[in-house]
Design a protein around this ligand. Sequence first.
Ligand SMILES: [Fe+2]
Ligand SMILES: [Fe+2]
Length: 465
Amino acid sequence: MNFTRKRSLRFLIPLILLVGLVIFLSLRWKVWFSNLPEVSYTPSDTIDRLTLTPGQDICHDVTVSWRAGSEPAKSWVVYTSDSMPEIHLPAMASRVESRGGVDVFYSAHLKGLDNQREYKIQVYTDGCSNTDSLTIAFPHPDSTLRLMYLGDLQDIDLAEAKKKLDSISRYYLSTDLYLQVGDLIERPMNSYWDLVYRSVGETLMKRRFVATPGNHEVIKGFRKKIDPRWKAQFNYPLNGPAGQEGLSYYIDHPHCRIVSLNSNHLDRPLELYHQLSWLDDVLGSASQPFLIVMMHHSVKPVRGTRSHPIMYSLVRPILERHKVDLVLAGHDHAYARTTHPDKDAYRSTTPVYLISSFSGKCYENGFSPIFDRLGSGTAFYSLIELTDRSLDFSTYTIDQQLTDHFRLLRPDKAEGQGRVPSRFEELGLDLPEYLLFDQFAGNEKGRKKRAAYQEALKKRLSNKH
Ligand SMILES: [Fe+2]
Ligand SMILES: [Fe+2]
């Protein structure tokens, strides 16, 4: 009898596990493996998607990229400045087959330019009609560097997307680099790329655009990959880890090193090993006063039930060991700032972890006390001003309301000492938090969730006073 029961259990347990696995996979199938089909398209014979991205040395190098038709043709860049004779530079073609069509993208790297001059750049492709020329100036190595940090965009409505841009239009000329932390598009499709270029392209892409890939730019599958148009449009320096070149990369200014980590590709052992070793190396070898890391997924998510065990247990220790100043993330469609607690000194210190969103799509935020500042239910943008001694960070809502403000100061260099953390100065204690999320379902469950959210909000407000 006992023998028979043991035999039945031996079969029953694997069967239960197998059924559990099948149920789990069927629930996650759509999230992990399913892609919406892309409508087929043919790019026109007009040059479009003109994009400027920085080279590794952002004070002297720039890359210009564009799209033109679906067959490679002779392409080149002409650039000039004041009395300088025109320089003609051949462009490299890259034929990209997507799920909906074939595009040919071109790129040319302009290196070692003079950061005291302003340049005019014109791009050409044989047989394709032209675009306006671009004017570019470089950030000066000794001047204040002005960055704008933008979270997910994921716009699905062109008019709405353009309206959001009005809120940042007064910064267009003074911003040196736009840092965008992924989910720039809603889905990896030509129609969404068109939408983003027709809205933000005219302004952000023609300034220097620094992006890191988000999960909405991923083609899902057993071997998921970033939409091939991403790399063809955004030609970042190929100084990343094996297999992630151009997706994980770093760029340098004398005031800071900015590192993009492709956080979509951290789940296979070998790519995880390459990515983490590379991150450790590029942070360890930086000699600049400030270190900024951009990645789509945060180590401490602000969306209620989310967690990222790999980010928290494997990426975070590297960021903290190297005393990174800012860690910029997105993905949660809300705003949050967390400082690293210095338990010995009873004060906040770096890294400062940030999550932001520039999207009309908003998620419910959590209220964990680890978050020094929170925001939700609207879009945010942050301005970062850096010198070699200080970093000033301010966040505004789309309605121009200042909602976060802090400063980081670099300590005096001490001989023989390793990298020490920046001093954190809180400047936003009296600023209001904009917790406006209210997209709950109209049913009983939604009403309960709204009540719980309002209760948590009340508790947070009473704890702050
Ligand atoms: Fe997103
Ligand atoms: Fe995301």
